[in-house]
Design a protein around this ligand. Structure first.
Ligand SMILES: *Cc1c(COP(=O)(O)O)cnc(C)c1O
Length: 229
């Protein structure tokens, strides 16, 4: 029997964050990459301030949300309590939410159609805020999934730049759930390289080590940090 004063496993200690950090460090080492070349986005969608606060206190500063309204309800309070937080929108964006998205988010990973480009360009101009922008690719060409088909990516990126004056920072992809992710990450990296884009938002809880191997600069990790949703 354990003595009564043995240290308990504290349920709200962010164990997930520590193990994700450990795995990122190992993947960087294996890929001969510097740890600072990979940003961890802690995806906090569906989780409340009680779950997020210990992760912030443990030092995490970049968070991802997939809904503008949910982020608006949750983050302004946390951001005023804890300075230096960067918020990334990783989910679909509607044109009528572009104003709120540009006001709240430091990065938007879901640029995927001309109407969004137009709405973002207008808000970036009127708010004088410049969120980092990622074009979302639909590398698996799944009909139900958002994103630009690989064959249309070069023209779309050129249109973002030339027609809307947007500075595109990188590409984002979400591989099909039942596919091996590596070919999707490799294709995303190849399209980024030929378009002069340095940032790659790819890799989630199940596959971020593979994504780092293939050049991910931003990994979006939710359940491995916060637990099941
Ligand atoms: C939810 C989500 C993630 C995180 O997924 P996990 O499997 O929980 O790590 C990453 N990217 C996007 C776009 C998501 O919607």
């Amino acid at each position: 029997m354990a003595p009564e004063n043995s240290s308990p496993i504290t349920p709200d200690l962010p164990n997930g964050l520590a193990s994700v950090e450990h795995e990122i460090a190992r993947a960087c080492k294996d890929a001969r990459r510097d740890r600072s070349s990979v940003k961890l986005i802690a995806v906090s969608k569906t989780f409340g301030a009680d779950a997020i606060t210990p992760v912030i206190r443990a030092g995490q500063r970049i968070f991802g949300e997939n809904r503008v309204q949910e982020a608006k309800a949750k983050w302004p309070g946390l951001m005023s309590a804890y300075p230096g937080i960067a918020l990334h929108l990783i989910g679909p964006l509607q044109s009528n939410k572009a104003k709120e998205a540009v006001a709240l988010f430091d990065a938007i990973h879901s640029v995927d159609r001309p109407s969004i480009c137009q709405a973002l360009a207008k808000e970036i101009d009127s708010q004088s805020r410049r969120p980092q922008l990622f074009v979302q690719l639909n590398t698996g060409e799944e009909p139900q999934k958002a994103g630009i088909a690989p064959g249309e990516a070069d023209a779309f990126i050129a249109g973002c730049r030339e027609k809307y004056g947007l500075e595109i920072s990188g590409l984002m992809c979400i591989p099909p759930v039942n596919d091996a992710p590596a070919p999707h990450f490799a294709l995303t990296a190849k399209i980024a390289a030929r378009n002069g884009l340095k940032n790659l938002s790819m890799g989630m809880s199940a596959d971020f080590a593979v994504a780092i191997q293939l050049g991910a600069t931003h990994v979006r990790v939710g359940s491995a940090i916060f637990g099941h949703r």
